[in-house]
Design a protein around this ligand. Structure first.
Ligand code: ADP
Length: 824
């Protein structure tokens, strides 16, 4: 069948028919060439005849009689060309069933109209697979009848189909991509109107794509960003495009940040618009903003921190420093960066600092105190807190915070000083109180009892006891205690510690003043049996001494605990030692004095009484003699009796005064306080001293205001005081004047007795108040005296709580002022 081509083929026309031998041979050659060409094509050439009769509307199945089918049919479809040629229905059967009706209709129409056509369809290969062919058919009318000749080329278009399919698919994929990606794809015309926008715009702007088509892009842009956007659009049109970030307004009015990239759409050289992609970057912008803010905050913190913040690399080179570092170190930042950290460290501590840096590089954060060396060579104490930042397993840098400790150090030392002072104050207060209490004790026994109580209290210990030295036994015996049970005290009293046993303790007390004894462990200061009796565990001992002699030992003890007495307590004990020694000595002296005084007073009272009675008898009889009741007296006898009477009178005054003093001394003159009208009191006094004031050569005047405040006092004693002063003033004013006056203010009334008499020398002003003292110059003064008047005055002034002042000038006179408090 292959050679069938030789006789009548569609190519006959090409090769030409008839002609010369040359022509024929040329034709034959060209036919061969054509056959070779055709055979190389992936196409089946065919030729068939058909008739259009009976199917004018082209709906029936055309009857084709194949006259030629090129051999590629075998290769492309697996059928031999003879199959076509033998069976007019063969080809119809080969058509894919889905394409069959369409293809046949196409053929019918083409045959009926005698018009060429082109159709594509699937053909079933012999092996059952599907082949794609494009059938290009030329239809030739044969004569005027329904006869037609058809020439066709079946080209395998499987590859094209695939390409097309791939193209379609890729287009679809692209569209899908465009429409589904988060980025919004858009196209604008050269005016800037939206010609395409992918649906994601709805998410970004709230507008449907249809709503924004043909709307100018600028309508959605935030007015503040329009300028930049216009510029960018112009740049894009000029062929230069850069991404731009700007704000767009949503349908809801909300503002979003977007970023877009765009490029020109060109048709040939013509710019037809701009295509671009737009992304919502609001979240990113917000995050960036937050980051910027936090960075700014961090920078501000870093910069304004009171503490020094800095970093340096593992080689010690400073890489950053805040302004606090500049301030403290005195270096400018430009000097600090690149400087070695050791230059900021005092050389004497660099060794330690270096060790710390080594540790940090090992990963351990460190805190330590060191000394910063400033630019001008000052040393600043700092506390450093730093750590190494590890990147990729290696220390990348060291971050440090350093705090200037100058202020803290100052406060610390101030606080220490304050504490020390507070301690001192505590000690002093405790001692002052102890001193007051102890000094008021006038007897040794109660003093020691009191001392034990005070010691326990101010040393805040559990108990204290006092051991008194008794010379007759040459031993120390407990005589007083505080904080013990009655039984313990009783048991203690019968103990006697021979001085020889306390040798070491006494020696220690002599040299150090106090001794702390740990009774809970072996010691050689105290006989163990003694403290054990009352459970003492620690004792702080101090002596009561007179010169080198230790009169008593005081022991302050803890019971059942092993705390030691603190240095502060020891200080208090040392103070107590001095105070108690003084008080003890004082009590001893006062005791002695009081005893002597009492003896004297008793003596005076007795003697005065014993003397006054017989003296009164003597004076009584002498008076009778003088008055002549026992018979007339001679002139001489009368003069003698007169002298007897005067001397006896003097003696009686002395005895009376002595008695009065005795009563004062023995406390037999109680103070009776009354609300006293001083004006009235002075009037009475004036009347009572009328006699006294008639003394020759002395003018007595009274200068008393019409009203004086009432005072609470003992009026009798006040009168005695004033009387004594008036009598002295007259007595010691041979010629001149005496004035009794009163003055007052809100607090006191002052009663003054002044004279223009002999005055009192400076060196005797204290002595005249002592009993039986009389100034030399005063001797032989008028009226005589016994030297007790001023003593009585001063005692009475004390008793009524008044005060007495004396001003005097020898030869000019004296003023005695008694001041009584108002409302006393
Ligand atoms: P007396 O008056 O009994 O001597 P006083 O105790 O009253 O004893 O006085 C003691 C001494 O003080 C007097 O002896 C006298 O020397 C001196 N004295 C007292 N009052 C005055 C006075 N107004 N002017 C000068 N000397 C005085």
């Amino acid at each position: 069948m292959q050679n069938g081509l030789g006789s009548s083929t569609a190519l006959d026309a090409a090769g030409g028919q008839g002609g010369s031998v040359g022509e024929r041979s040329r034709a034959a050659r060209s036919e061969r060439e054509i056959v070779a060409l055709v055979a190389g094509l992936d196409a089946i050439l065919w030729q068939a005849s058909a008739t259009s009769s009976g199917d004018r509307r082209g709906t029936g199945v055309p009857q084709l009689r194949y006259t030629y089918v090129s051999p590629q049919a075998e290769r492309l479809l697996g059928y031999s060309p003879s199959s076509w040629l033998a069976d007019p229905e063969f080809w119809v059967r080969c058509l894919h069933v889905e394409d069959r009706a369409r293809v046949l209709a196409c053929y019918s129409t083409g045959i009926a109209r005698a018009a060429g056509f082109r159709t594509e369809y699937r053909v079933l290969r012999r092996d059952g697979s599907v082949a794609y062919f494009r059938d290009t058919v030329a239809v030739e009318r044969i004569g005027r009848g329904p006869e037609r000749r058809l020439h066709g080329v079946l080209i395998d278009i499987a590859d094209w189909r695939e390409t097309e399919e791939a193209l379609r698919e890729s287009e679809e994929r692209y569209r899908e991509l465009v429409e589904n990606i988060n980025e919004c794809v858009f196209a604008l015309d050269e005016q800037g109107r939206i010609t395409y926008i992918s649906p994601v715009i709805t998410e970004i702007s709230g507008f449907e794509p249809a709503e924004v088509l043909n709307v100018h892009f600028a309508d959605f842009v935030h007015p503040e960003d329009l300028g930049a956007l216009r510029e960018s659009f112009a740049q894009t049109l000029a062929g230069e495009s850069r991404p731009l970030e700007y704000r767009v307004r949503k349908k809801s009015g909300e503002v979003r940040w977007v970023r877009s990239w765009s490029r020109l759409i060109l048709r040939g050289d013509q710019v037809t618009g701009v295509r671009g992609v737009l992304v919502d970057i609001t979240e990113k912008k917000l995050a960036e903003e937050a980051l910027r803010e936090s960075q700014a905050r961090y920078e501000e913190l870093f910069e304004n921190a009171n503490d020094m913040i800095y970093t340096f690399d593992p080689d010690g080179i400073i890489t950053s420093a805040n302004s606090a570092v500049e301030q403290v170190s005195g270096y400018r930042r430009s000097e600090l960066i690149g400087m070695h950290i050791s230059r900021l460290t005092a050389p004497e501590v660099w060794g330690v600092a270096e060790e710390m840096i080594r540790r940090k590089l090992g990963g351990a954060p460190t805190t330590y105190e060191t000394i910063l060396l400033t630019k001008d060579g000052r040393r600043v104490p700092v506390e450093v807190n730093s750590r190494a930042v590890i990147r990729e397993g290696k220390p990348a840098e060291i971050q440090g915070i350093a705090r200037d400790l100058t202020e803290r150090k100052r406060t610390e030392s101030l606080a220490a000083e304050r504490n020390h002072l507070a301690g001192e104050v505590q000690v002093a207060t405790a001692l002052a109180r102890a001193g007051r209490e102890l000094m008021s004790c006038r007897e040794a026994a109660p003093l020691l009892e009191r001392l034990c109580a005070i010691t326990t209290e101010v040393l805040n210990c559990d108990c204290a006891h006092a051991l008194l030295y008794r010379a007759q036994d040459d031993a120390y015996t407990p005589v007083a205690g505080y904080g013990h049970s009655r039984e313990e005290l009783e048991a203690m009293r019968v103990i006697s510690l021979p001085r020889a046993l306390l040798g070491r303790l006494l020696q220690r007390l002599g040299s150090e003043g106090v001794a702390q004894v740990r009774l809970f462990e072996p010691q050689d200061l105290l006989p163990a049996a003694f403290p054990a009796r009352f459970g003492a565990t620690v004792a702080l001992c101090f002596p009561l001494r007179r010169n080198a002699e230790i009169l008593a030992i005081l022991m302050a003890c803890y019971r059942g605990r092993q705390d030691l007495f603190t240095p502060q307590q020891t200080d208090i004990a040392r103070g107590l030692k001095h105070l108690a020694s003084l008080a003890f000595e004082n009590a001893r002296l006062v005791g002695e004095l009081e005893r002597a005084n009492r003896l004297k007073s008793d003596f005076m009272a007795t003697m005065s009484h014993e003397l006054r009675t017989p003296l009164n008898v003597i004076m009584g009889y002498n008076q009778m003699l003088l008055e002549g009741e026992l018979g007339p007296l001679t002139r001489e006898q009368n003069e003698t009796a007169q002298r007897i009477q005067e001397s006896a009178g003097e003696l009686l005054r002395l005895i009376n005064a002595t008695l009065a003093v005795g009563r004062l001394e023995t406390g037999k003159e109680p103070v009776v306080l009354e609300d006293t009208d001083l004006v009235a009191l002075l009037q009475e006094l004036r009347a009572e001293t009328r006699e006294l004031c008639r003394e020759e050569g002395v003018h007595v005047s009274w200068r008393v205001p019409a009203a004086l405040p009432s005072v609470r006092t003992d009026p009798l004693k006040l009168k005695v005081i004033l009387k004594n002063l008036i009598s002295n003033a007259i007595k010691f004013t041979p010629a001149g004047s005496v004035c009794i006056s009163a003055e007052t203010n809100e607090e006191w009334v002052e009663l003054a007795v002044s004279d223009t008499g002999i005055g009192i020398p400076e060196d005797q002003r204290a002595s005249i108040f002592e009993p039986f003292y009389q100034a030399k110059a005063a001797q032989g003064a008028r009226g005589g005296g016994v030297g007790l008047g001023l003593y009585v005055v001063s005692r009475l002034v004390d008793m009524i709580g008044a005060s007495l002042r004396l001003e005097s000038q020898v030869g000019k006179g004296s003023v005695f002022r008694v001041r009584v408090k108002v409302g006393n």
